[in-house]
Ligand binder design. Structure first.
Ligand code: DX5
Ligand code: ZN
Length: 221
């Protein structure tokens, strides 16, 4: 079954507890952490993850859009992240390996993400030890951008790589997911859908989560 991970980047931060209660039928809370270096925007950090942890039992899917994430993964795990996703572009390969080892050591699930211009094959050195691969379908940094359909072949390639090397690993897509594009992503092989503006911009948030599930699971005619 397809999983839905609403991104609180599009939520009202002044009412975050209420906004998180609105998504209790989802599968994850997706938390976008931005450092103003890896991406040209700054969002939220460790204290906010700590606070969110206290108001939900949903797993926290923390997407680290930060340079040299090894500096912070332990702190985010301690703050209550269940799954931490780092970017392969955020450090040299040796440091990515070391960061993954630290994440495994502290008992957090390990995600690795690629930006739109990064090829799927870059994941190969780590693919067998990952819990999740995140394929970005927008340039990271901002909510509300359009889904990049040119990323669909890459989602298919990653799904094929996972079939061969790590069938239990989740394949998440992030950026521009709505009631139309969710189906394209799932048809290409995604099984976890991040949605920010499509969820928090909806007049009825629980209904939108249900609609995303329904659209994503519709069979092709
Ligand atoms: C973008 C973030 C996304 C973003 C998605 O850098 O990683 O999670 O919030 O927002 P929408 O669904 O509006 O594209
Ligand atoms: Zn994200």
């Amino acid at each position: 079954m397809v999983k839905i991970a609403p991104s609180i980047l599009s939520a009202d931060f002044a009412n975050l507890e209420r906004e998180i209660r609105q998504i209790k039928t989802a599968d994850y809370v997706h938390v976008d952490v931005m450092d103003g270096c890896f991406v040209p925007n700054i969002s939220i950090g460790i204290p906010v993850v700590e606070s969110i942890r206290r108001v939900t039992d949903l797993p926290l899917d923390v997407h680290l859009m930060i340079d040299r994430p090894s500096r912070y993964v332990e702190a985010f795990a301690k703050a209550g992240a269940d799954l931490l996703t780092i970017h392969v572009e955020a450090d040299i390969p040796e440091e990515i390996s070391r960061t993954i080892a630290v994440m495994k050591n502290v008992g957090v699930q390990v995600g690795l993400s690629i930006k739109p211009k990064t090829p799927a094959e870059i994941l190969l050195p780590w693919i067998e030890i990952l819990d999740l691969v995140l394929v970005m379908t927008v340039e990271p940094g901002f909510g509300g951008q359009s889904f990049m359909e040119d990323q669909l072949p890459k989602i298919r390639t990653v799904r094929q790589m996972l079939r061969e090397k790590n069938p239990l690993c989740e394949l998440e897509v992030d950026g521009g997911i709505d009631l139309r594009t969710c189906r394209l992503a799932v048809e290409a092989g995604a099984n976890v859908l991040v949605a920010g503006s499509a969820v928090y911009g909806a007049p009825d948030i629980p209904a939108r989560i249900a609609d995303l599930r329904r659209c994503a699971s519709m069979q092709q005619d």
